[in-house]
Design a protein around this ligand. Structure first.
Ligand code: CAA
Ligand code: FAD
Length: 380
């Protein structure tokens, strides 16, 4: 067993750290305040290879492993979780699904652009009446011979107003339940496809979240991903990898808040000494450091299993469940360590606290992760 990062992994981590500090940090408060999507920064992340981290270089990707992916996600999320969710969705929900299950034509047409950041991708599973209960899809895709006709509503879609290509999950045969679901590639601007207003959110406010409406949207047959009826399994397999990305995002939010709290506690004085010298504060720091390290091990293990070609459904659910809990609990503590300063924007920890909450909700709530974990325990 080896807990040491390779020289290459350290270089990748440091490149992401440097980018986050020099490029993401300067405008992060303003983007959060104004809900501004980081268009230019997404382009820059594309140039650095962050939009197609694990994609084969023959499709324009960086050809890195899942360990590199989580290292990059952690570093970006320490500073800007809005930017990192755009990266996570593009990498693990869109590029991965397309590369693993798409046809050569689909990869040539879409993956090559998604992997370089020329295109932004979105993944559309959730619906007003099918969030956690994802098999209850109401959006339909009716087979019309050479094309499908899609009707329905998707909500909460990350990059919904900015994406160029959308993976849309829809019911093609209700009688077949989860085996009657398919995934489709829908291009922005297709007739009948409407983007609703942007959501005004508690956190990750620099990301772009919309409801999407599909009214008789005509999608060519060749835009279906995978064999007929495989769309739900496609979504679940894709989400297993996605959960590693969100777990790394949660880890980054937690470790970003911890680093700020540690630094502040060594500078701020109360009762004649730096506050870190009060045991109540030192113990908070000890709890934070321990839990963050434990979360990092779970995240790394899930990524390692993915790299080894092992099953990672269980470990990714566990990593997401634990890392998101750590992020929520310890961003609250980071605010506490900052006292009144923690409550204002310029100290960054209040934003990290608001951003932490979403990691317990999206890509399967914490309750859903417990369903995945417990089913696996009981099955095995
Ligand atoms: N891999 C392969 N197949 C899988 C699978 C997996 N990981 N998980 C389930 N399946 C298969 C099952 O084997 C089953 O097939 P059979 O009928 O052949 O046995 C079929 O799919 C249906 O599975 P279940 O019976 O387990 O379905 P369920 O209704 O009990 O739901 C669930 C399972 C885990 C709760 C699932 O609905 C789920 O994950 N819900 C959460 C949805 C979610 O995570 N949404 C995220 C949206 S994207 C997002 O959020 C992005 C973002 O914010 C940035
Ligand atoms: P519900 O399913 O209605 O759940 C409500 C509560 O009930 C939760 O606490 C849940 O855990 C609990 N619950 C439900 N069922 C059970 C059960 N069986 N056992 C125990 N508890 C249960 N979706 C996409 O498809 N693509 C995206 O890009 C995307 N981005 C998102 C971005 C943001 C900012 C947000 C807020 C959401 C995003 N989502 C996206 C949707 C997200 O995945 C869903 O919100 C999430 O899966 C939960 O679904 P829901 O909101 O319908 O909650």
């Amino acid at each position: 067993m080896n807990f040491k990062l390779s020289e290459e992994h350290i270089m990748i981590r440091d490149a992401a750290r440097d980018f986050a500090r020099t490029e993401l940090l300067p405008g992060v408060i303003e983007r959060d305040e104004k809900q501004h999507f980081p268009d230019d920064l997404v382009k820059k992340m594309g140039h650095l290879g962050f939009m197609g981290i694990m994609v084969d270089p023959k499709y324009g990707g960086s050809g890195m492993d899942a360990i590199s992916y989580v290292l990059i996600m952690e570093e970006l999320s320490k500073i800007d979780a809005s930017a990192s969710v755009i990266v996570s969705v593009n990498n693990s929900l869109v590029c991965y699904g397309l590369e693993t299950y798409g046809t050569e034509e689909q990869k040539e047409k879409y993956l090559t652009k998604l992997a370089t950041g020329e295109f932004i991708g979105a993944f559309c599973l959730s619906e007003p009446e099918a969030g956690s209960d994802a098999t209850s899809q109401k959006t339909t895709a009716i087979d019309k011979g050479d094309h499908y006709l899609i009707n329905g509503t998707k909500n909460w879609i990350t990059s919904g107003g900015r994406a160029d290509v959308y993976i849309v999950i829809a019911q093609t045969d209700k009688d077949k339940g989860s085996h009657g679901i398919n995934a489709f590639l829908v291009e922005k601007g297709t007739e009948g496809f409407h983007v609703g207003p942007k959501e005004d959110k508690l956190g990750i406010r620099g990301s772009d979240t919309h409801t999407l409406q599909f009214n008789d949207v005509k999608v060519p047959k060749e835009n279906r991903i995978g064999v007929n009826g495989s769309g739900f399994r496609f979504a679940m397999k894709t989400l297993s990898g996605g959960r590693i990305g969100i777990a790394a995002q949660a880890l980054g939010i937690a470790s970003g808040a911890y680093e700020l709290a540690l630094k502040y506690s060594k500078e701020r004085k109360a009762f004649g000494t730096e506050i870190c010298n009060h045991q109540a504060i030192a113990f908070k720091l000890a709890d934070m450091a321990t839990d963050i390290e434990a979360a990092r091990h779970l995240v790394m293990k899930a990524a390692w299993e993915k790299d080894q070609g092992l099953s990672y459904d269980y470990s990714s659910a566990m990593a997401k469940l634990y890392a998101s809990k750590v992020a929520m609990e310890h961003t609250v503590e980071a605010v506490q360590i900052h006292g009144g300063n923690g409550f204002v924007k310029e100290y960054h920890v209040e934003r990290l606290m608001r951003d932490a909450k979403i990691t317990q909700i999206y890509e399967g709530t914490s309750e859903i992760q417990k369903i995945v974990i417990s089913r696996s325990l009981l099955r095995d």
